[in-house]
Write a protein that binds this ligand. Structure first.
Ligand SMILES: [Cu+2]
Length: 238
């Protein structure tokens, strides 16, 4: 009888452990229901389980759910679904998903461009200059090369230095011909090689939220960037 009882106890412990584990892996969103005395006998003190107040003995009342949302899901619209690999100017290999958690300001350029890209780069720097330092931590300015053959990580690194874009908030990416084309389609950026060294291309700066969803685009060179700044500030000030 005694052994049966201890087997039962062990089984219970194991089962509850499994149940606990399951719960964890299933839900990324942990909704925690909290309770409080309706008379607030103990001030703002809250309880994780229903029961009664130890002071006035009234039933605890369920108050708003405190949700600890750990949303690791990527939506269908997210650029983090792209599985291509990219080289950074620091010589690291990353996937776009590695940028998750940061608001992203992205533009497609190539470093040998003499016409539009220097102005696009200036536009990016102009945006960056208007963002308070504290918001920069949650932000990445990403410049994706449309000329992966010329724009090697080394070349991108020296371009970053020449243009004073070598701080942590700046990232330069070299992909492959295929991944660059795929990425440009997502951004609706068009580009075409018109000579061995030159491309014609759209001039679009795109803002993505930390989940990789497109939130805003500005098109043109030296355009009014108020909306872009506003979007970035909304996304980076919590
Ligand atoms: Cu250009």
């Amino acid at each position: 009888m005694k052994t049966l009882k201890s087997i039962f106890i062990i089984l219970c412990v194991v089962m509850s452990f499994i149940a606990c584990k399951n719960e964890k892996s299933n839900s990324e969103t942990n909704d925690l229901t909290i309770y409080q005395c309706p008379m607030k006998c103990e001030g703002e003190k809250t309880f994780n389980e229903p029961g009664s107040c130890s002071v006035c003995k009234m039933d605890l009342k369920q108050i708003e759910q405190k949700s600890t949302i750990v949303n690791n899901e990527i939506s269908e619209e997210s650029i983090f679904n792209l599985t291509s690999k990219w080289n950074t100017e620091e010589g690291e290999t990353i996937q776009l998903e590695d940028l998750k958690g940061k608001t992203l300001v992205m533009v497609m350029i190539y470093t040998t461009c003499k016409a539009a890209c220097p102005r696009l780069v200036a536009d990016m720097r102009n945006i960056e200059a208007q963002i308070p330092k504290k918001n920069l931590e949650d932000l990445r300015f990403v410049l994706v090369s449309i000329d992966p053959e010329t724009d090697t990580p080394q070349r991108l690194k020296s371009f970053a230095k020449e243009n004073f874009m070598d701080e942590e908030q700046w990232t330069f990416l070299q992909g492959t011909v295929t991944s660059v084309r795929e990425f440009s389609n997502v951004l609706a950026v068009k580009y075409k090689q018109i000579s061995p060294m030159d491309f014609s291309h759209s001039n679009i700066i795109s803002v993505f939220n930390s989940g990789g969803e497109l939130m805003h685009q500005q098109e043109g060179l030296g355009v009014d960037n108020k909306e872009t700044i506003k979007t970035i500030l909304e996304l980076t000030s919590k």
